[in-house]
Design a binder for this molecule. Sequence first.
Ligand SMILES: Cc1cc2nc3c(=O)[nH]c(=O)nc-3n(C[C@H](O)[C@H](O)[C@H](O)COP(=O)(O)OP(=O)(O)OC[C@H]3O[C@@H](n4cnc5c(N)ncnc54)[C@H](O)[C@@H]3O)c2cc1C
Length: 198
Amino acid sequence: MVNGVEIQRAYTPISSIDSKGHFELLLKVYEHGLMSQYIKCWRQEDYVAWRGPFGGFLYKPNKYGELLMLCSGTGIAPMLPILTHVTDDEDDETFLTLVICARDFQNVYMKNFLKEQSKYWNVRIFFVLSQERSLENLPLSYKGNSKLGRIDSLFLAKVLETCRRRPYVLICGSVPFTEDMTHMLKHLGHKDTSIFCF
Ligand SMILES: Cc1cc2nc3c(=O)[nH]c(=O)nc-3n(C[C@H](O)[C@H](O)[C@H](O)COP(=O)(O)OP(=O)(O)OC[C@H]3O[C@@H](n4cnc5c(N)ncnc54)[C@H](O)[C@@H]3O)c2cc1C
């Protein structure tokens, strides 16, 4: 209840799919957001009501040759359990390409986790930074796989070309981001049936 009004919002567990008895979340707190005001006040031992999980994407090992994950901001959240599900399973040979969009390097979430994941033979990660001034300011390990600006058709075409197999694409971000990505993919000849939007 916030200011006498009952509100609900959707959040995505980022813990491993096998976690039992607990789940973790990646929460962005918006200055003027209703739920954000409530989250800001959470203290240890507070009681918070949750229901779920809900969702339509059920991952099965080796079902897809390659997954291309296009995400922006906290849209990275649903990608994380899938990523670990693949890399934790030595029998899962799915290739994973993650394209992470953020305002700048500072706003890339879960950097340490991503660094660890990028060491796996079947994982590659790109960063697209819309407001970063220059790649020169980035740590050495990010320079080669980062791009300034936004995802455009040219960049997306290059990513698709360099996928080892025709990927199944997962998209998560704001509504305009999801629409832009879907539009570009279709323009590049990618089929609707190979795209899932969270
Ligand atoms: C399937 C799904 C999964 C999601 N997973 C996650 C997740 O894992 N992590 C996560 O952080 N979020 C996630 N979200 C987003 C989340 O559900 C909320 O939308 C988000 O936390 C904002 O909620 P809020 O109540 O704080 O903001 P809201 O009150 O809904 O406001 C949203 C935006 O509008 C702005 N705003 C609000 N009031 C005003 C005003 N009067 N004037 C101008 N601007 C205003 C706020 O600053 C904010 O930017 C997910 C959403 C969906 C649909």
